[in-house]
Design a protein around this ligand. Structure first.
Ligand SMILES: [Zn+2]
Length: 309
């Protein structure tokens, strides 16, 4: 009888984590390692094979017992799931990661964008369970996105679809890292919220403001923090209204540390923007919901990818 075990890997700029799971997505073992700083693709490959072998061995299994490996990586992944086209925070650009791993492990390997896989994981077992049409938005350092249309992850011609952080919400807005002006992430990323708070306080110190600190500020009704988060939420709301006209999703799924800490404030503002849209009044409702799987979303999405026939 063929085995039903899969390995999901989340390759991040700071850490590389892996999980062994069964076909239902039950996680059986885990491991993680820091991403070596300034590492070359070959060194990263070594770390990835290391965590994969570790989660398999922890359960007394061998590589031949594994049916497939799914891998989430940052950046643009080619639509065939073989190669990292470009990655900003890890030196894997142009690297044929799936093929190299297959050779080393003797297993079938599939690659996907980490945020896309996070959305896939949430659709399989989390906050968007069972939804066939949904849009995922993850405000963090930037604003990541993933779109599932009629049950299928939208990849685009070059694998660069659903980069929702670069939707332009105000052409007169601030310059974004991508070179355009007024992108969603120039307003609604945690970085943009931080910048707005430092500016309003007239602070020179541009140190990081943790999501927890933002949540505490909301609780004690700090005016500057509340205003910055309201502005970020309203721009998220506008973006969702436009995205709804493009994809007609059942729900918008929001995830990431900022949402875990401040979702109770952000999501109702987005929901109100969606409910106000007269176009959809007779068509049906669309909900703004929070993710449920946290850091496991990418790992389980990677397992979901590996499971596909
Ligand atoms: Zn941009």
């Amino acid at each position: 009888m063929p085995s039903n075990f899969y390995v999901g890997v989340d390759v991040g700029g700071t850490k590389i984590s892996a999980a062994l799971a069964d076909h239902k997505g039950k996680i059986l073992s885990r491991d993680k390692t820091a991403t070596p700083r300034g590492a070359k693709p070959k060194q990263i490959l070594k770390v990835i094979t290391g965590v994969i072998k570790s989660v398999v061995a922890q359960r007394g299994l061998r590589l031949k017992d594994i049916r497939g490996v799914g891998l989430g990586a940052p950046g643009i992944i080619d639509p065939e799931g073989r190669r990292v086209v470009s990655a900003p925070n890890i030196s894997l650009s142009g690297y044929p990661l799936a093929g190299k791993l297959e050779k080393l492990l003797g297993l079938k390997v599939r690659l996907g964008n980490d945020v896309n896989l996070g959305v896939l994981g949430e659709q399989w077992l989390g906050g968007a369970k069972g939804a066939r049409n949904l849009v995922g938005i993850f405000p963090g350092t930037g604003v990541g996105g993933g779109v599932i249309v009629d049950g299928t992850l939208l990849l685009g011609a070059h694998g660069a679809a659903a980069e929702l952080g670069h939707l332009i919400v105000d052409p007169a807005g601030p310059l974004c890292g991508c070179g355009n002006r007024g992108c969603l992430e120039a307003f609604s990323s945690r970085t943009a919220i931080e910048r707005e708070i430092h500016r309003a306080r007239g602070e020179r110190d541009k140190s990081r403001i943790k999501s927890k600190v933002l949540a505490k500020g909301l609780k004690r009704k700090d005016r500057i923090i509340t205003r910055a988060l309201r502005r970020a939420s309203e721009h998220l709301g506008s973006a969702c209204v436009s995205l709804r006209h493009a994809f007609d999703p059942e729900l918008f799924l929001f995830g990431g540390g900022l949402i875990e800490a401040c979702g109770g404030f952000i999501l109702p503002i987005v929901q109100r923007a969606l409910d106000r849209d007269p176009f959809f009044k007779r068509v049906g409702r669309c909900r703004a919901v929070a993710s449920q799987l946290g850091d496991d979303a990418v790992l389980l999405g990677a397992v979901a990818l590996a499971r596909r026939p």
